[in-house]
Ligand binder design. Sequence first.
Ligand SMILES: *[C@@H]1O[C@H](CO)[C@@H](O)[C@H](O)[C@H]1NC(C)=O
Ligand SMILES: *[C@@H]1O[C@H](CO)[C@@H](O)[C@H](O)[C@H]1NC(C)=O
Length: 523
Amino acid sequence: MAEKGELRFGRHCPLLLIHAVLLTLLLAVAGAFDYADALAKSLLYFEAQRSGRLPYNQRVTWRDHSGLTDGLEQGVDLVGGYYDAGDHVKFGLPMAFTVTMLSWSVIEYAEQIDHAGELEHALDAIKWGTDYFVKAHTSPNVLWAEVGDGDTDHYCWQRPEDMTTSRRAYKVDENNPGSDLAGETAAAMAAASIVFRKSNPHYAHLLLHHAQQLFEFGDRYRGEYDRSVEVVKSYYGSVSGYKDELLWAALWLHRATDSEFYLNYAIDKAHCFGGVGWAMTEFSWDVKYAGLQVMASQLLMKAKHKTHGHILELYRSKAEYYICSCLDMNNGTDVERTPGGLLYVRQWNNMQYVSSAAFLLTVYSDLISSSNKKLQCPGGLVDHEEILAFAKFQADYILGSNPMNMSYLVGYGPNYPRRVHHRGASIVSYREYRGFIGCTQGYDNWYGRPEPNPNVVTGALVGGPDCQDNFLDQRGNYMQTEACTYNTAPLVGVFARLMQLERPIQELGRGRSFPLLASYKKK
Ligand SMILES: *[C@@H]1O[C@H](CO)[C@@H](O)[C@H](O)[C@H]1NC(C)=O
Ligand SMILES: *[C@@H]1O[C@H](CO)[C@@H](O)[C@H](O)[C@H]1NC(C)=O
């Protein structure tokens, strides 16, 4: 078992495993990572990304109201939602994926999040997104896809409070379809409806209604959204198409409604939509296959799905391909790693793939733990503890257990990126200086400064190091120092689960018990 199940953290060099072990021991002595702190900070990040009118209990006080006329030109109220990264475009597809992953985190780990006293913040983070989606879905077959555009936005370096760039809104509809966007937004709203079922049943019902309509719209009027909204193409073009989002939405709607209709959709279309065909080594805002394959694997646990057992098994075999690839046990078709052991998919914003992988590994570990099984990879048998240990290794790398001794989660620990590529964080706070800072003035006076950002965008997960574990903390190095909402979202679940590992959850006792908890109890 030890040999077969061995986790080779450094891919090509056994010495690195020893290095990793030593580093882990060192940290054990120095005190392990504080996952509760990391969790709290992750949730704080979503407040820094808020667009619209900020509420009285806004905790990130270097931010203020912004984007208050979004949608006005088009005669629709699109105030609210999230800025996606260090700029001020509201991109619907990654925003929806962010909300789906936040919701999935809460659905799996509500108890742990509650014990950390963070459940209310998690629900607020989700609702800030879903409130916006409700506004953006103005009629059954109309969904507003984007506010602002990357080209004009990137021409300016301004605080969101001063924004002078175009706030034109773009939509998909019957004649300009967007099945991927509609599918992901349906998934987000269906997942969120599970989250709010007990605490806010009326809202949960509203979300589910929108989710069902959006799914129908996306399924009936087929097409990729980046053909309808061309301005999104060079920013969030849908490379994987819309079939993964439709399957993903169907599985979320099934989870939210228990209706056979949605399950049958995912079963019937398993082959022709690539659900059991595509074996993937990345899970992202664009490519949902690995995520939906893990969800389908979860269904196998329920005896009542035995009739669909064959197709669900095929889904599971693809989920296992993904998990084994992350574990470097897939007989050659594995995810690359840096010498320090970080999963490495690509140069630009690699951390998004690390956090989404850590989440799926964590959920999969729990899944095989509750089924008392082991995972059979081409490279050998793996048990649930080893899978979780690898997710922990990735999370610990993020928090500072890496060759740069750098926490890539901003604001965590003593050493973290100080020059995050983030307009609002890099310019004096609106609270301190209410004068107007213009489009190019921001570039001239703030962007190029060698000094640290005046505001810390706490909880942001930056793009992270290169393939050799090197990281350059410079504002202009956006491939490494920019953060995105969908980087942090899956970490909410991962940190919550790891917190439980460090201390039994009963001992934490900082949180209150929410009545809604009953609804998330593992099904
Ligand atoms: C691993 O790959 C090699 C070469 O591609 C193949 O011959 C072998 O059968 C594979 N082993 C497993 C366990 O899949
Ligand atoms: C990281 O910390 C270790 C142990 O304290 C030290 O040996 C190493 O030089 C540090 N590396 C960097 C890049 O600061």
